[in-house]
Write a protein that binds this ligand. Sequence first.
Ligand code: SER
Length: 426
Amino acid sequence: MKSEEIRKLFLEFFEKRGHKIIPSSSLIPYDDPSVLLTTAGMQQFKKYFTREKDPNQDFGTQRTASIQKCFRTTDIEEVGDERHLTFFEMLGNFSFGPIGNDDPQNFGTDGYFKRSAIYWAYEFIKSLGLEIDYVTVFGGENDVPFDEKSYKIWQEIGFPENKILKGGREDNFWGPTGDEGPCGPTTEIYVDGLEIWNLVFNEYYQDKDGKLQKLQYPGVDTGMGLERLMKVLQKTPTIFETDLFMDLKNVLEKLIKHDDLRRERIVFDHLRGSVFLVADGLYPSNLERGYILRRILRRLTLNLKFLGIDLEKIDDLLKAVINKYSEFYPELKNFSKIKEVIFGEIRIFEKTLTAGLKEFNRLIKGNEDDQSLAEKTFFLYTSYGLPLEIAKELLRENQIKWSEISQQTFEELFKKHQQISRGNNK
Ligand code: SER
């Protein structure tokens, strides 16, 4: 089964069970100042969990389902290994309180809770022919009690004790996104050793001071990563061999001059991520979310270059992403705009990079102390425009350690430099 079919099956499954299908919201959150980018499916529904908005009025039901574009920057430097991604798709079903008849046979439009959420997740996974290895539930920590209800439901379904593991706040409690919002205990489903589905029972609201208050009505927020699901369904070695990346991989492999798996994965992730960010109207800049885009485009340029790819060939790569995704995400159809923004940024940065790299190789030998490493990196920045994060990336690749002292020294030099440029130098 291909990803196109899975999206369809998921949405049909929940539509049949009273859920209104809601399109993915933009990666640029329109009314959530707590985060720079959309990181979870529940984000566009936050106000329904808190009842600032009425789901019945807006959706005609208390149940929704979506496939949400998500972008997470926490692990950006890990991208390149087998599993980390910045951009991904999340399949989710949601229920907003008050809870009605929480019976999995109830295909109505009232709110549901743990029983229906768990039974349906189990049923959907089974319908795909997958076997669940084990599940986890919240074991209780501090003021939040053990989620006995979820535990019992899994037992009722037939899971023995050794397949229902208990976790604490770290593993089995989700949210909020940003610094405040709905959150709660989770139960997670593992297939082939991978956590594929996270069922969150939003029973709390965490305020800015980290304090938990009970929500007026508890709700359900589930999220299943499409890439991971496709990996277990298609039984591929990693997510990068699933159909989600295959077309792009085929094009890339024709263009590369030197094999390097890590760099290829960075290109898959950053190219796909930047296409989606640009399609949602983001431009590279030095500020906040614009800087996230700039950062991944710079990293993309670096890795394309090291793979020996002619940047003029970026068209083929962009088209491979757009062809794969634009039927489901029509905002991707504007090829010329997407190309203009991405290619524009890459081309400018490539010039900086070429000069910066040459100087980097000439200057940095790997035997300098922390202080002089910072000074040299700073020189590369001021004289060649080589951004620190790219210099650090090159250092990492060359196994040269960038220490706390180097970082502090760089920052001090940077501050002095700013004062001088502002004319404050006495
Ligand atoms: N919000 C939860 C997550 O992002 C479940 O959807 O994992």
